[in-house]
Design a protein around this ligand. Structure first.
Ligand code: CTP
Ligand code: MG
Length: 221
């Protein structure tokens, strides 16, 4: 067990709606965060889970996930990850970052990402091919061009890093990034892809919650 997983869970879930922070929204009677952390806990490499919780819900999250370290999250995902990263002990050499919103991510994907970091990658991301036709448009929603989708990938979490690489990426980040591998890219490191999983979908809109219900029924733990 040599891996710490940081779980940004402090988002408000504006696109999902409902008024509750998204990580605390329930799927089959349990919060998304609980589903996510249970699967992380089943990955044999995981030594430590650090959750960045909505600041008002730190105590509630501690009660929901008793084994985890819980810190208050920040105003952006990047700030939430940085807050969680700050409490990872120096003895941990592999750090994964995993969205609470990817509640059904299988333990096997966690292991695959950790293994690729141990094998020497500076950054590891789960990737899936793009299935839709992609077009670039202008401000008036007129199509400028159809983009070749063959070299495009949809990127998921968990994303994995040697601890020092992630620490440096956060320390040197100047602008806001939607994922952590993007910050490591900016440092000039190569980012390695491993095959992603349909189960690792990010629950973002109401439709995703319906899809997740079906996926959970088909893939119980
Ligand atoms: N997140 C976070 N801190 C923030 C914003 C987001 O920890 N200030 C987390 C979310 O809780 C989620 C993950 O980052 O687990 C991915 O973000 P996203 O899916 O965008 O979640 P929300 O920001 O909650 O959703 P929305 O953008 O629709 O409000
Ligand atoms: Mg968001």
């Amino acid at each position: 067990k040599d891996v710490a997983v940081l779980v940004p869970a402090a988002g408000m879930g504006v696109r999902l709606g409902g008024g509750t922070p998204k990580a605390l929204r329930e799927l089959a009677g349990e919060p998304l965060l609980v589903h996510a952390c249970r699967r992380l806990g089943l990955a044999p490499s995981v030594a430590m889970i650090v959750i960045a919780a909505p600041p008002d819900d730190v105590a509630a999250v501690r009660a929901l996930v008793p084994g985890a370290t819980v810190v208050p999250g920040g105003a952006t995902r990047q700030q939430s990850v940085a807050a969680a990263l700050a409490v990872v002990p120096e003895s941990i050499e592999v750090v994964l970052v995993h969205d609470a919103a990817r509640a059904l991510t299988p333990p096997e994907l966690v292991e695959a990402v950790a293994a690729a970091v141990r094998a020497g990658a500076a950054a590891v991301v789960p990737a899936l091919p793009v299935v839709d036709t992609i077009k670039r448009v202008d401000a008036g929603e007129h199509v400028l061009e159809t983009v070749d989708r063959a070299p495009l990938r949809v990127i998921q979490t968990p994303q994995g890093f040697p601890r020092q690489t992630l620490v440096r990426a956060h320390a040197e980040a100047v602008d806001e990034h939607t994922d952590d591998a993007g910050m490591v890219e900016r440092l000039g490191h190569k980012v390695h892809c491993v095959p992603g999983s349909d189960l690792a979908l990010k629950i973002t809109r109401p439709l995703d919650l319906l899809i997740a219900e079906s996926l959970l029924a088909a893939h119980p733990l």
